[in-house]
Design a binder for this molecule. Structure first.
Ligand SMILES: Nc1ncnc2c1ncn2[C@@H]1O[C@H](COP(=O)(O)OP(=O)(O)OP(=O)(O)O)[C@@H](O)[C@H]1O
Ligand SMILES: [Mg+2]
Length: 326
């Protein structure tokens, strides 16, 4: 299943993503971790040192390879040049699976060993000031969106994405690509205002959104979050000495994580697992087509000089029964 951590800058998206990934790995679950945030810190939060994190390949720099692999022999996609971030798979496209080796993982994923298991880590690559608001920025998160739209994930398999709650994810449809979106919110007005904005976008698309309160210090914080987000509040996490020790470069064994935080991670997993039973591949496919047509019309057709609506394979539904083409 596909899980996103979103929220305001500094709310704890990376910290909670990394703890969740460690929790899954410790329980033996297969995990692909993706850093799609403007601030690329997931590698460090998973214990990589500066040199290791800097050496991670950037998905944004392998966009051509990703497109060429995914389009496979799909006759509706003439070349990688006409493939935009929302181009949906169809007959002949190659699909990705969580547990396999493929050229996309070879180029863009690196193994990270954690207590109890190894996960695959993919990163979009650092964003520069020049990226923000222009095409390169889109192409970086676009690489993630393409992969998600071509991914066939089963129950018990996890793709965990650390990302911003920025407007880019709303324009592209990225925010609809997850079985569960955890919105990390500190008990502050700014923290919950990001929640309200996200909820607004999410409502029309049936996005499963739950709030994870972070840095919650006492009953007053809890009351505030309850009052502001109501039943959307799933669980809260307090200050973690384990996290602080990790940030000092002295990571304790994961088993030493505070009991209350371990329980919170279990709650996150249970909530995510429960959504898989409601997974609707047809709706998932329909939404990717919806956003593709929207992007084609607003900029894609003009940029590529092609009619990108023709890329939609009307009979295609992504799902576990679809076998990889080409
Ligand atoms: N529960 C926690 N206990 C202790 N420290 C925490 C906790 N949550 C977050 N922090 C600390 O707060 C800081 C911000 O957290 P983090 O980097 O995870 O936020 P973010 O939302 O990913 O930020 P950005 O928007 O910059 O990517 C970090 O130094 C992190 O270690
Ligand atoms: Mg972060």
């Amino acid at each position: 299943m596909k899980i996103a951590f979103v929220g305001k800058g500094g709310s704890g998206k990376t910290t909670l993503s990394s703890l969740f990934i460690r929790h899954l790995a410790a329980e033996g679950a297969p995990v692909v971790a993706v850093d799609a945030d403007i601030n690329q810190h997931l590698g460090a939060a998973l214990g990589l040192d500066e040199a290791e994190a800097a050496a991670l390949p950037a998905m944004g720099e392998h966009l051509r390879l990703i497109k060429d692999h995914l389009r496979g022999s799909n006759p509706r996609i003439a070349s990688a040049d006409t493939m935009i971030k929302t181009t949906p798979p169809g007959e002949g496209s190659r699909l990705l699976r969580v547990q396999e080796d493929n050229p996309v993982y070879d180029a863009c994923a690196r193994p990270v060993r954690l207590d109890g298991g190894t996960v695959r880590l993919m990163v979009t690559g650092p964003f520069t000031d020049a990226d923000l608001g222009v095409a390169c920025y889109h192409s970086k998160t676009g690489a993630v969106e393409l992969c998600l739209n071509h991914l066939v994930d089963g129950p018990g398999e996890y793709v965990v994405v650390d990302m911003t709650a920025g407007s880019d994810s709303f324009a592209s449809g990225m925010f609809t690509r997850f079985d569960m979106t955890f919105l990390v919110a500190e008990p502050t007005r700014k923290g919950v205002s990001v929640y309200r904005q996200y909820k607004e976008y999410a409502r029309d698309f049936g996005v499963a959104l739950r709030v994870v309160g972070n840095k919650v210090q006492g009953p007053d914080d809890l009351d505030f979050l309850r009052a502001e987000v109501g039943d959307d509040l799933l669980v809260t996490v307090g200050h973690s000495d384990w996290v602080r020790a990790m940030e000092k470069g002295r990571p304790p064994r994961f088993a030493a994580l505070e009991e209350s935080n371990r329980l919170a991670l279990r709650t996150l997993r249970d909530a995510a697992d429960a959504t898989y039973e409601r997974r609707d591949w047809e709706r998932y496919t329909r939404q990717m087509v919806h956003f593709h047509l929207k992007n084609a019309e607003s900029w894609g057709n003009e940029r590529t000089g092609a009619d990108l609506a023709a890329q939609v394979d009307p009979g295609f539904v992504l799902g576990e029964s679809v076998t990889a083409g080409a």
